[in-house]
Ligand binder design. Structure first.
Ligand SMILES: *[C@@H]1O[C@H](CO)[C@@H](O)[C@H](O)[C@H]1NC(C)=O
Ligand SMILES: *[C@@H]1O[C@H](CO)[C@@H](O)[C@H](O)[C@H]1NC(C)=O
Ligand SMILES: *[C@@H]1O[C@H](CO)[C@@H](O)[C@H](O)[C@H]1NC(C)=O
Ligand SMILES: *[C@@H]1O[C@H](CO)[C@@H](O)[C@H](O)[C@H]1NC(C)=O
Ligand SMILES: [Cu+2]
Length: 413
């Protein structure tokens, strides 16, 4: 017999169980398989995303009628899901695929990157040498979309991963990141916190009040979970945030510098990316400049204990070394969860008004936190991924439902 208590106990066991497409309010029937972890009720952004799906459907119907969908349809689109919405088995399959990439030989130039020890490091090597370009106004959204997609392709094609890149819904982990399915350090998490390091103070935030994302108490080597044995090699660079990190033999950080993965699971950071903040980002900005600036936290929000902006907040959910270094940040697998999450927010925002928003490029940065290339015509910009993948036009990176000649075909749930 099921009592209320035992039903509640069963809920976590159902986490990630396959569920039939639910009929959301409004009567729209989803063409996507919706799987939800019942531990987490839908937040305001999840509901906004659900309410956006009829618009996405309408956008696709028009594109199909115009013959411009490159064979991509909602029925055939891949679905990227939130980490906790995956089953335990799927989470472990993802972790195993990352570990597989870390065992495959690198393809990048060994002379240029003696510190790139494996295929996983190839992606770090690209980001560290293209960081200024990847984060300018032209590339922050589209080039990162392409970069994460290439990473997902490597997991699938080179390591036999059968799923897609998960994202993290920061809000789910904002109250208690330490005990979350993402960071609790068990076998189906992305590993745990770093050991306490009193020399690690946090991440300085000049111009903001408070002006530091104060340490959450970690900062040292990760000792629990799948990445406790990870060998970090590239970096650090001069931008590193960690304490006591051995110096790289090369001044640009590209040399081999084997060391542990360092983390600081940080509630002060993740609180800057709660659902109410993401909802405000999505609904209070009609143009891309506003969206870009609010995402970056410029100008700095006032009277806010966590005034980082979602981009910065998400980067420092647990990042120390290499995750806290803007150049080598993809060296912590959490990077991909964060940028996938930003990609999801950007997509939800563009789909409110695809005609005006999908190819919009920001041109005003309130406080120059990111480099700008104002004079360049975005139509002429090419994103060259060098050893990671073919060069494509910037605008080919924008549309996840048919862009890149149909190679991009995915949605978020
Ligand atoms: C779409 O699919 C058809 C049939 O499989 C194929 O011939 C065509 O090349 C595809 N088009 C694109 C843009 O992928
Ligand atoms: C890992 O932690 C999650 C979240 O607390 C829990 O649901 C799951 O059963 C744990 N899995 C393992 C393999 O310990
Ligand atoms: C930009 O940042 C500086 C400090 O870094 C601050 O003094 C200034 O007020 C900021 N400007 C705006 C418009 O927010
Ligand atoms: C973009 O490329 C076209 C064709 O190559 C050229 O005519 C145009 O001047 C370029 N625009 C800019 C701003 O570079
Ligand atoms: Cu980046």
């Amino acid at each position: 017999m099921l009592t209320i208590g035992s039903t509640l106990l069963l809920l976590p066991l159902l986490a990630g169980a396959r569920a039939a497409a639910v009929l959301p309010s409004g009567g729209y029937v989803s063409k996507i398989e919706i799987v939800r972890n019942p531990v987490y009720p839908l937040d305001v952004v999840d509901k906004f995303e659900e309410a956006t799906m009829p618009k996405v459907d309408d956008y696709m119907t028009k594109k199909i009628a115009a013959g411009k969908n490159n064979n991509c349809t909602l029925e055939t689109a891949a679905v990227r899901r939130e980490w906790s919405d995956l089953s335990e088995t799927q989470r472990q399959e993802y972790v195993a695929a990352i570990k597989c990439l870390m065992k495959l030989p690198p393809k990048s130039d060994k002379t240029r990157f003696p510190g790139a020890l494996n295929r996983y490091d190839d992606f770090v090597a690209y980001h560290m040498t293209h960081a200024m370009q990847l984060h300018d106004n032209m590339h922050l959204f589209g080039a990162h979309k392409y970069y994460v997609w290439l990473f997902e392709e490597a997991l699938r094609n080179e390591c036999g991963y059968t799923g897609y890149q998960p994202y993290m819904n920061y809000d789910r982990y904002s109250k208690d990141p330490f005990n979350s399915p993402l960071l609790n350090g068990n076998a189906s998490s992305l590993g745990g916190n770093g050991k306490p390091d009193p020399a690690y103070k946090g991440v300085s935030q000049p111009g903001r009040t408070p002006n530091i994302i104060a340490s959450g108490g970690g900062g040292g080597c990760v000792t629990e979970g799948p990445f406790s044995d990870m060998v970090v090699s590239l970096g650090p660079t001069a931008m590193s945030t960690g304490a006591n990190i051995p110096k790289n033999p090369r001044s640009d950080g590209t040399g081999s510098n084997p060391r542990c993965l360092r983390r600081d699971v940080n509630r002060n950071a993740v609180m800057g990316a709660t659902a109410d903040r993401a909802y405000s980002l999505l609904t209070k900005n009609d143009d891309i400049d506003g969206f870009y600036n609010q995402l970056l936290g410029t100008p700095p929000p006032r009277n806010d204990p966590y005034p980082w902006g979602i981009h910065t907040a998400g980067h420092y959910v647990a990042a120390v070394d290499p995750g806290g270094d803007p150049f080598t940040s993809p060296g912590d697998p959490l990077f991909y969860f964060h940028h996938t999450s930003l990609d999801r927010l950007w997509w939800i925002w563009t789909m409110q008004d695809p005609t005006n928003r999908l190819y919009a490029i920001p041109f005003v940065n309130t406080n120059m936190t990111m480099p700008m290339r104002r004079a360049v015509d975005p139509h002429n910009v090419t994103v060259d991924m060098e050893w990671l993948g073919p060069a494509i036009k910037l605008f080919e990176t924008h549309d996840q439902l048919g862009g890149n000649n149909g190679a991009f075909c995915y949605v978020y749930v």
